[in-house]
Design a protein around this ligand. Structure first.
Ligand SMILES: [Zn+2]
Ligand SMILES: [Zn+2]
Length: 188
């Protein structure tokens, strides 16, 4: 079976819960400059958000299931975006979650904001982190697993410092495995 990412003709961003006005439009605009696919913002998914008991976080696995259930098209990838922190039971938190080769993923913007760490606001840094999260999850949809190259967008980030140091581009080995629309400019 050919994975959805190969057939994709568009990426749709859908809000999961409330997001500050303009957030998804900014993210879609930024994403459009990084992928050769149309990026759209959908109206609220009305996705039921399940909280992890005794943790102020949404259940990322349950969110992903809900978003996948809404991903009705073979040619459109769906990215659910939450403002709230998300986690899976085994991890303190996750930046995002995707099933390899699936057609939907979820990301949280909670930890992209320097204010989360008590640092001064930095909209450029915040938005750049957000788009990198989305690109990383799209890489999983394109069947990539985590990459041992620490300078690659597909390397695992367990904290925001890693998100910043792994940069915004895929390594050559990962690039070769990506669909053309996700490759971005070559590092060479
Ligand atoms: Zn990952
Ligand atoms: Zn790589």
């Amino acid at each position: 079976m050919v994975e959805a990412a190969r057939l994709a003709e568009a990426v749709d961003l859908v809000p999961l819960g409330r997001l500050p006005a303009g957030t998804l439009e900014r993210l879609a605009a930024r994403l459009s400059r990084r992928v050769e696919l149309a990026c759209h913002v959908l109206a609220s998914a009305d996705v039921p958000v399940r909280r992890i008991p005794n943790r102020d976080q949404l259940d990322a696995g349950a969110l992903l299931e809900s978003v996948e259930a809404r991903a009705a098209s073979d040619t459109r990838l769906l990215v659910g975006v939450a403002a709230e922190d998300i986690a899976v039971p085994l991890f303190t938190f996750v930046f995002g979650l995707a099933r390899q080769g699936g057609r939907a993923c979820v990301v949280s913007l909670a930890r992209t904001d320097p204010a989360f760490y008590g640092l001064p606001e930095d909209p450029e840094l915040r938005d750049e982190r957000a788009v990198r999260e989305v690109l990383h999850e799209l890489g999983h949809l394109a069947t990539l697993e985590h990459c041992p190259d620490r300078g690659c967008l597909m390397s695992f980030a367990g904290n925001v410092e890693k998100v910043d140091t792994r940069g915004g581009a895929f390594c050559e080995a990962c690039r070769e495995r990506l669909p053309h629309w996700l490759r971005g400019p070559s590092a060479a």
